[in-house]
Design a protein around this ligand. Structure first.
Ligand code: GLY
Length: 358
């Protein structure tokens, strides 16, 4: 078993091991010594795969477990579903020493995490991510949220989990498309903080190769994220490097109305664009671009996505609005080292024009 300690405002442990689901009971008991009741939140797709063995393990450790099921899909990350969970948790008779367990991908983790952050002014929760994307990204770092009509993740809280349990065996049931999506974020960690890791992923060459090293891959991603979050838990500085490829990626997601392109595909193409824009700004080495394009294609990810000019500039403007006067584009000083780089909107427009051949 690989273990990491995340020393955030509420410190917690991340365990990574094959077969961990069956040991969840004892590990939750250690992390939640006072809890009696656990609300096990999962979705309709994950329920038949993993909820039964997990609930058995938790009950064997002495917890009273109630399974709360939300429909699979992003639409569940909404205020209405949050209220349903709050009510179900109170009907279960939960108190401030009880806890939530989130079993599933990013939607379940974000929603259940926000329910835990807000119920009774904040109770403990455990993340048990089952997709590659959630194992390397959303389960670590304490960002919880729901979507509003005005946009994604607009209501939420920074609320650190009490424990994260990552079982790579859950990836065996993941469709290839979902695995590729997760790989976009995995590759991102190599780009932003670890050239040797980037080279390892390049050598793995595809899903089968990655699965041969999966515990190491998950450990490296979580370790990088843990270190970045430790330096900037509330996302006002260094944590922004985790958004490499995401500013332009948001535009691509919007261009496809969040249906045509997945988050991973949009981030992949966004990373290729960000690498080239970094070169245009004179910050990134030109030789960083081709390896990024090659590795994305190896993992079945796009390096470009058609996007109307207005969608592109509006998405960039939205980031500008979110961050204040200056836009911080995440650029590579080297392949393996990203930095937030302050640009004016006009500077960025010039780069986007060059990319679009305008
Ligand atoms: N997913 C980016 C972050 O947690 O900051």
């Amino acid at each position: 078993m690989k273990t990491l300690s995340a020393g955030t405002s509420r410190p917690y442990t991340i365990h990574i091991a094959s077969g961990l689901l069956a040991r969840a009971g004892e590990l939750c008991r250690n992390a939640l010594p006072q809890a009696e009741k656990l609300a096990l939140v999962t979705d309709s797709s994950v329920l038949p795969l993993y909820a039964g063995p997990l609930a058995d393990s938790l009950e064997a450790a002495g917890f009273q477990v109630r399974c709360l099921i939300v429909p699979a899909g992003e639409a569940s990350k909404c205020p209405e579903q949050l209220v349903v969970l709050w009510e179900q948790m109170m009907q279960f008779g939960m108190t401030r020493t009880d806890a939530v367990v989130a079993l599933g991908g990013g939607v379940v983790g974000d929603l259940a995490g926000f329910a835990a952050a807000t119920l009774l002014r904040g109770i403990d929760y455990v993340q048990i991510p089952t997709t590659l994307l959630s194992q390397v990204d959303s389960s670590v770092g304490g960002k919880t949220a729901i979507d509003l009509q005005a946009g994604k993740n607009l209501a939420g809280a920074f609320w650190q989990p009490s424990l994260v349990l990552i079982d790579p065996d859950c990836l065996n049931t993941l469709p290839d498309q979902a695995f590729s999506d997760g790989m976009a974020e995995v590759i991102k960690y190599g780009c932003i903080r670890d050239r040797a890791f980037f080279d390892l992923l390049d050598a793995c060459g595809g899903r089968a190769g990655v699965m041969e090293h999966i515990e190491q891959v998950l450990y490296t991603c979580c370790d990088i994220k843990r270190r970045v979050v430790l330096a900037d838990e509330r996302d006002t500085g260094e944590r922004m490097v985790l958004n490499f490829g995401h500013t332009i990626g948001h535009a691509f997601e919007l261009a496809g109305n969040y249906e045509t392109w997945t988050h991973g595909q949009a981030v992949a193409a966004g990373m290729n664009w960000a690498a080239q824009i970094g070169v245009g700004l004179g910050i990134s080495p030109p030789e960083a671009v081709e390896p990024i394009q090659n590795i994305l294609q190896k993992y079945g990810l796009p390096i470009d996505i058609p996007c109307p000019w207005d969608t592109l500039t509006n998405a960039v403007l939205r980031d500008k609005k979110n961050l204040g006067k200056r836009l911080h584009l995440i650029v590579l000083e080297a392949l393996g080292h990203a930095v937030p780089y302050p640009v004016t909107f006009d500077q960025l427009l010039e780069q986007l024009e060059a990319m679009c051949g305008r």
